[in-house]
Write a protein that binds this ligand. Structure first.
Ligand SMILES: NC(=O)c1ccc[n+]([C@@H]2O[C@H](COP(=O)([O-])OP(=O)(O)OC[C@H]3O[C@@H](n4cnc5c(N)ncnc54)[C@H](O)[C@@H]3O)[C@@H](O)[C@H]2O)c1
Length: 397
């Protein structure tokens, strides 16, 4: 049984508590820390938490606490984690790990030198749809992964601090691309090195200094491409979609809207339909079980099982650091309008990743480029002669 302190009683702190305490869990939240007394008290009352405080250090140091969950705004992650290091408490941190790779690297070195357990709370690589898709990819059913796209778009975040570039570390990229990058990276292979990135970012709608919309391409050492699409200007709800293209197959996954539960109401509407839903009348798309469908349950199960068994969870601060480094390169590219290298001073994956030979032998003398049955009933083969490079087609009646 873990005895948990949650730092931050806001949006994600409450989702985390709902998940940790749901379904007859054996783990307990023993401490809540937040900025305002009334918010601490209402959280403590709702979740039956015995201790609350406004002091981060008091919450972390408390003798009843063995595990700390950081659910604070981005600019406080570093400070909170360094206090966990000081008091030698296991620490789990929400995304993004830092506001940039430099903060993330300081965090990574600190927890590893202190030898404390660290888990990166990237829920979108723990959703049931992601886990199933990943097991299909791992089984080889898609062949070599060539392109993995992940999209997260919504009408913008729910608290003021997200909109301040200095506090948050950026805009839609730091807030949303961190999810998408880890999803694509997981499909392509976390041991494959991200090399460089081309990114477009702009502030199309909101009166802010940071970007409210961005698209990026991350090139990996084995030739695969990861793509992220993020927006704070999207209208219609929370759009979470992944697409994976392999040499032998394809996955399309819609994580949130229009996933099979569709409700029409002409009354005053449903009270709560789903995160960031923009309408509760007419046709709505409620999410069956947000805690599960967003990955929180599987994520905390992995974290606490790993902690009990004294091994690393699937997502660690090392992963958080890699994601931050890719986002730093995205910001550099959006500015320079060039491909920018991903600078990694810590890399634990493969160092050379040779491109796989994906050519299909038709016979000893030819490669098969394509075969197709046409609408007029003929089968066509498009072949390439190995010795000359000549491309020609052959019709099979
Ligand atoms: N799916 C996800 O993984 C997910 C979703 C939302 C947010 N997050 C992350 O969780 C963290 C918190 O986001 P949130 O949505 O819960 O934010 P929020 O604004 O809803 O809550 C922030 C909490 O931190 C407290 N706080 C303490 N010091 C503060 C300060 N100086 N300024 C503002 N708040 C302060 C607030 O009182 C509040 O309890 C962020 O790092 C965010 O990126 C993750």
């Amino acid at each position: 049984m873990r005895k948990i302190a949650i730092l931050g009683s806001g949006f994600i702190g409450r989702f985390y508590a709902d998940s940790i305490l749901s379904q007859r869990s054996r783990d307990t939240v023993v401490m809540i820390q937040s900025r305002r007394e009334e918010s601490c008290k209402s959280f403590a009352k709702k979740y039956n938490v015995p201790h609350h405080t406004l002091s981060m250090e008091e919450a972390i140091r408390h003798e009843a606490v063995d595990t700390v969950v950081v659910a604070l705004p981005n600019h406080l992650h570093l400070e909170a984690i360094l206090l966990c290091v000081k008091h030698k408490k296991a620490v789990l941190c929400t995304k993004p790990l830092g506001r940039n790779a430099s903060e993330a690297l300081t965090i990574l070195h600190a927890v590893e030198e202190a030898g404390i357990f660290n888990g990166y709370l990237e829920d979108l690589v723990y959703t049931p749809k992601f886990l199933k898709s990943k097991s299909i990819v791992d089984s080889g059913a898609l062949g070599k992964i060539l392109w993995a796209k992940s999209r997260e778009a919504h009408p913008g975040p729910h608290s003021e601090w997200f909109w301040d570039k200095n506090i948050a570390g950026g805009g839609a990229i730091i807030d949303l691309a961190c999810h998408c990058i880890e999803v694509s990276r997981s499909f392509i292979g976390k041991d494959i090195r991200p090399l460089e990135i081309m990114c477009w970012a702009d502030t199309q709608v909101k009166p802010i200094d940071a970007e409210d919309h961005a698209i990026g391409l991350v090139k990996y050492e084995n030739g695969a491409i990861g793509q992220f699409e993020v927006s704070w200007a999207f209208r219609g709800g929370l759009d979470l979609r992944d697409e994976v293209m392999g040499s032998e197959g394809t996955i399309w996954s819609n994580g949130f809207m229009r996933t099979g539960l569709e409700v029409f109401t002409s009354s005053s509407g449903v009270a709560y339909s789903a995160e960031k839903a923009e309408s509760n009348q007419g046709w709505t798309y409620p999410v069956g079980d947000e805690l599960n469908d967003l990955g929180y349950n599987h994520m905390f199960a992995d974290m606490f099982n790993a902690l009990d068994a004294h091994h690393a969870p699937k997502e660690t601060f090392y992963d958080g650091y890699i994601v931050n480094a890719i986002m730093d390169a995205a910001y550099a590219s959006a500015k320079s309008k060039q491909w920018e290298p991903v600078e990694l001073s810590v890399w634990r994956g493969r160092n050379t990743s040779e491109k796989e030979n994906l050519l299909i032998d038709f016979d000893a003398k030819h490669w098969l480029i394509k075969e197709e049955i046409t609408h007029f009933g003929t089968k066509k083969l498009i072949l390439k002669e190995k010795s000359t490079g000549r491309i020609f087609e052959r019709t099979v009646e």
